[in-house]
Design a protein around this ligand. Sequence first.
Ligand SMILES: *Cc1c(COP(=O)(O)O)cnc(C)c1O
Length: 389
Amino acid sequence: MNPYEFDTLAVRAGTARSQFNEHSEALYLTSSFVFGSAAQAAARFSGEEPGNVYARFSNPTVTAMQERLAALEGAEACVATASGMSAILSLAMATLKAGDHVVAPTGLFGATQQLFGTILSKFGIETSFVAATELDAYRAAVTPRTRLFFVETPSNPLTEVIDIAGVAEIAHAAGALFAVDNCFCTPALQRPLELGADVVVHSATKYLDGQGRVLGGAVAGAKVVVDEVLKFLRTAGPSISPFNAWVILKGLETLRIRMDAQSATSLDLARWLEQQPGVVRVFYPGLPSHPQHALAMRQQKSGGAIVSFEVAGGRERAWQVVDGTRMISITANLGDTKTTITHPASTTHGRISAEARAAAGIGEGLLRVAVGLESIEDLRADLARGLRA
Ligand SMILES: *Cc1c(COP(=O)(O)O)cnc(C)c1O
């Protein structure tokens, strides 16, 4: 579809210069667009003449971001949204109706679980949550009303890896659409459309921006699906701000080198953590000790930039490790150049019952580190401080 390599597309796809021939992409901070005549206004509104009308529908800066992300995912089309959650909501609203059924793994991002499990179920859309790594469980969950398979891989915080090609086959045999949340790997490390997914969704808030500045999201993939999402978006309104789209557009230029660097540091850190006394287990797909290591190395370019580990001594000990660090940020966000540390059982997964947490394998001693761009020596020293505390 595109004549250039990934690295070239990351800096050049979607570029459309104005009459001023600016080199860096322009930011069109405008909500509406002016017409030359009443007749042109009518033609633009009816769709007879292509072009921008109103920023809830389209904006040149947003279009640039959409085209660049589509190029990187190898997608036919892409639509940007105000956040990752609004991308998932828009996909669901565009493709599902009352009575439809969804299959998804346990261990999805918390808000995504709530969206499917609580909010959409109020409107008659039921979701079956199945064991993430067991293909038979996906197959067994199919009903005559199944319309969507929705997965996220690797999972947060346990880094379980889901076989994208395997689920694609099951979804398509059931006549369902298959969507992958590609937030954790980004197209720099994993391209779900090439493995059989119909669409990918993104929280652009994470690695696509990459510097923790703005919220954003996107749906990319088959044009027939993206067109439906766009129809929902232009009416319902969870459209992205052109400013946020511009920040993300520029973030995409450094995505591949950030992902490679953050993955390399993560692998180093994961190997080092495995050697530390008091660390019971390390969860990282790039380690040979990871249960889906072979699958991860087949479908991802690297292990990614999230490393979780379990310390002996439960919550008390885990909190001591967090509080014993000096540099690493105590925050639940991820995908930033600054490394963050979280205790999932008391933060991101604090609202679910202790039994549900235990069933999901999220122990009281579990910690998640989202690795940034700092030096490996400083990160090791800071975690060592925490582990000694
Ligand atoms: C953060 C996140 C989301 C939600 O994205 P927002 O931009 O915060 O709305 C969805 N999926 C995953 C995997 C995430 O990490």
